[in-house]
Design a protein around this ligand. Structure first.
Ligand SMILES: [Zn+2]
Length: 251
């Protein structure tokens, strides 16, 4: 199957250097299918180079190749996982530079719409609801449609990461606390935290009542007809020797 060149674009790393050149070629199979050949050349290490062919399914039949290719490119730009960096136009015999950037913008818009849609439906995800109930303030993250973060139940100043699209047992994780799991694991962790806090509170109450009992005891000692000396935490009670009345005893 012979592929014809469609477009070449470079990708710029977020700190500002060009990291990849991507060339897209196509073969028009039908009004709903395009064969796409994508070649990625990395400027830093050929081990990152890749060449692959995919069949792109169009949702709606297109009237001609160029409509199909524009739809493919919009779709490509609408998933950040499809890119290594920020794309910029190099060459094409089929679309102008201006059209390229218009398509890129549309792709970005589609990405945002998808994210917003997912975020709205994610708000009803049991883990997000549970985090909100526990006052962990779950917030959506921008970089991927199902990513959220919430305050870490450890109470320390960092977040747990949540991915609502992950399988049940890998929904959340905290790299600092080295903990991860599903809803049950999070519940167990939070419950054990609460138990710890309750135990500490109980201990504090016991200490308080021990101290107040001690204070009460030392008040009572003052009213006794004995003199007392405080030594450290304790008391020495001086009990006076009974006075002998020799005369009486002799009777
Ligand atoms: Zn943590």
């Amino acid at each position: 199957m012979e592929h014809k060149h469609f477009v070449t674009f470079n990708q710029e790393h977020f700190i500002g250097f060009t990291c990849f050149e991507t060339s897209i070629s196509y073969h028009f199979i039908s009004k709903t299918e395009l064969s796409i050949l994508r070649i990625d050349v990395c400027f830093f290490g050929s081990s990152n180079n890749s060449k692959k062919t995919i069949v792109f399914q169009l949702e709606n039949p297109v009237k001609d190749e160029i409509s199909g290719l524009k739809e493919f490119l919009t779709d490509l730009f609408s998933y950040s996982g499809n890119l290594h960096g920020n794309p910029w136009f190099v060459e094409s015999e089929m679309i102008s530079e201006k059209e390229f950037y218009k398509i890129k913008k549309q792709g970005g818009k589609r990405m945002d719409e998808r994210k917003n849609k997912n975020k709205v439906s994610d708000q009803n995800h049991p883990l997000i609801i549970y985090c909100a109930e526990q006052n962990l303030y779950p917030k959506p993250e921008d970089h991927s449609p199902h990513s959220w973060k919430a305050n870490c139940p450890s109470g320390r100043q960092h977040h747990i990461m949540i991915s609502t699209s992950s399988p049940e047992e890998h929904l959340w994780g905290c790299g600092y606390c080295k903990k991860k799991g599903g809803i049950e694991e999070l519940k167990q962790w939070i419950e054990s935290k609460k138990e710890n806090i309750e135990m500490k509170n109980e201990l504090a109450e016991t200490q308080k009542s021990t101290i107040s009992a001690g204070e009460k005891f030392s008040e009572e000692l003052k009213n006794l007809p004995y003199s007392t000396d405080k030594i450290g935490q304790g008391f020495v009670i001086h009990i006076p020797q009974p006075q002998r009345d020799d005369k009486k005893n002799n009777k």
